[in-house]
Design a protein around this ligand. Structure first.
Ligand SMILES: N[C@@H](CCC(=O)N[C@@H](CS)C(=O)NCC(=O)O)C(=O)O
Length: 205
């Protein structure tokens, strides 16, 4: 039997979370290897590209979270077979990946510098990002981003929007999504209540 080990930080979010949910949806057992930030810091040079998530398949390491989303998503039936719908799905997961890069740039700032950078992030990139996702959700029909059903695109957005709604980023108002793209708040609720996603979080509890 193929073995899977997914290494990431020890929190229920970020780049690995949609992959964990997809594993659960596929009914595939995997080792959920969660590192503290300190453990990651000590081990980062052992990881290709010095970053996580890393997925080991029968001991062979693979990087790049969106590729993992597609790979496990296909096994879970959470990735479109239709080429155009697959492209729509990829557009969304790529946009969310971009959002991580924009947000991470502000991570190591402090005080007024952080405040200023986050204000700029809100006014510029996050606004563009949320409006873009709102547009893509409408293109998908309003409920899901692609294929008229739950796909890894929905999981990827769900994880990011849930984090914004929880106010995890200092100086980013937790009502920003509601103000700019209320459709994404409804989408977050829809995905969170999906039986597959809800079952995953019950299993975590
Ligand atoms: N394109 C990569 C980006 C991976 C990445 O930047 N991961 C972050 C955590 S979410 C990381 O390990 N950062 C550590 C560092 O940059 O030191 C992917 O999608 O997997």
């Amino acid at each position: 039997m193929t073995t899977y080990k997914l290494t990431y930080f020890d929190f229920d979010g970020g780049r690995a979370e949609p992959i964990r949910i997809a594993f659960h949806a596929a009914g595939i057992e995997f080792e959920d290897n969660r590192l503290s930030f300190q453990e990651f810091g000590e081990a980062r040079h052992n990881f290709r590209f010095n970053a996580v998530p890393v997925l080991e398949i029968d001991g062979a390491a693979v990087t790049q979270s969106n590729g993992m989303c597609r790979y496990i998503g296909k096994m879970a039936g959470l990735y479109p077979e239709d080429e155009l719908q697959a492209l729509y799905c990829d557009e969304v997961i790529g946009a969310v990946e971009d959002s991580y890069h924009q947000i991470v740039r502000t991570f190591f700032l402090e005080g007024d510098e952080l405040k200023e950078a986050r204000a700029k992030l809100v006014d510029n990139w996050l606004t563009v990002f949320l409006k873009g996702l709102d547009e893509l959700l409408a293109r998908g029909g309003g409920a899901y981003f692609a294929d008229n059903r739950l796909t890894v695109a929905d999981l990827k957005v769900f994880v990011q929007i849930r984090s914004l709604l929880a106010g995890t980023l200092d100086h980013v108002p937790s009502d920003l999504v509601q103000r700019l793209a209320p459709s994404l708040v409804k989408h977050e609720e829809r995905v969170g209540n999906d039986p597959v996603v809800a079952a995953y979080y019950s299993s975590r509890a």
